[in-house]
Design a binder for this molecule. Structure first.
Ligand code: NAD
Length: 245
């Protein structure tokens, strides 16, 4: 089960954290993987350690990523899986959230994911097969608060909207589009969280702990696999129970 042999997968923000764990998990199921990251040093180190292709690119720079991905997909001859994982966090309260910060978050978290989708959808439709998985956040469902600013929450809610809209549009072509909504995860993104904020975040998690990146990656492996062929437009919570009804 969850065999990904002969599948070609692109993971953005794969230099560290959840993206790295996703790349490693897809690789372990047999996929050929390329990671995209704007941090060249992180990217090179991780690509070398995992033995995958590394592409230095800022996902917010649509022209550059279009060219880079075009070359990769031409080399591969196909692309099966796209994981939009790259994102930036913002924790500024609304009174301090100026338009520069707003645009910074939207450029990476929303426009970046849009640009990556645009780059792969043509080949996926032509193949009649594809899997797009967007890494959203509980912040996009319940509002930011402890889990990020209004800009971050809005960007993740937008990603959920993009997931559903694309899922509808691409369903006739057998391209599925789903999102994973993590709760708090142990990574560089949460490492700098003040102790008091961390404790409050933890108190909202029924399972009482932060996730490990591999626990998010496992959901991505499932959604990438043939076994998930009847799942599209779904928003999968991997959040220790935060969002349970
Ligand atoms: N860590 C959490 O608690 C948590 C919770 C919910 C959702 N998420 C989401 O999971 C994803 C991964 O989070 P993480 O904790 O691993 O983050 P992280 O900050 O540890 O890693 C993010 C990676 O993305 C790269 N990146 C950032 N902006 C980029 C850009 N413009 N172009 C290319 N690469 C870029 C960074 O260089 C880094 O390698 C994000 O979408 C995040 O919003 C994280």
């Amino acid at each position: 089960m969850f065999e990904l042999r002969d599948r070609r997968a692109i993971v953005t923000g794969g230099g560290q954290g959840i993206g790295r764990a996703i790349a490693s998990a897809l690789l372990s199921r047999g996929a050929e993987v390329a990671i995209v990251d704007r941090d060249a040093a992180l990217l090179t180190a991780t690509a070398t350690e995992l033995g995958v292709r590394g592409l230095v690119a800022d996902v917010a720079d649509l022209q550059a990523t279009r060219a880079t991905l075009g070359q990769l997909i031409a080399d591969w001859g196909r692309v099966d899986i796209l994981v939009n994982n790259a994102a930036v966090l913002s924790t500024l309260p609304f009174h301090a959230l100026d338009e520069v910060e707003w645009d910074r978050v939207m450029a990476v978290n929303v426009r970046g994911a849009y640009g990556m989708c645009r780059a792969v959808v043509g080949p996926m439709v032509a193949q009649g097969h594809g899997r797009i998985i967007n890494i959203a956040s509980v912040a996009g469902k319940r509002g930011g608060g402890l889990f990020g600013s209004a800009a971050y929450a809005t960007s993740k809610a937008a990603l959920i909207g993009l997931t559903k809209a694309l899922a509808r549009e691409l369903a006739p072509h057998r391209v599925t589009v789903n999102a994973v909504c993590p709760g708090p995860v142990q990574s560089a993104m949460t490492a700098g969280m003040a102790d008091e904020r961390k404790a409050r975040a933890l108190s909202s998690v029924p399972l009482g702990r932060f996730a490990q990146p591999e626990e998010i990656a496992a959901a991505v492996v499932y959604l990438s696999s043939d076994e998930a062929s009847f799942v599209t437009g779904d928003i999968v919570d991997v959040d220790g129970g935060i969002m349970m009804d």
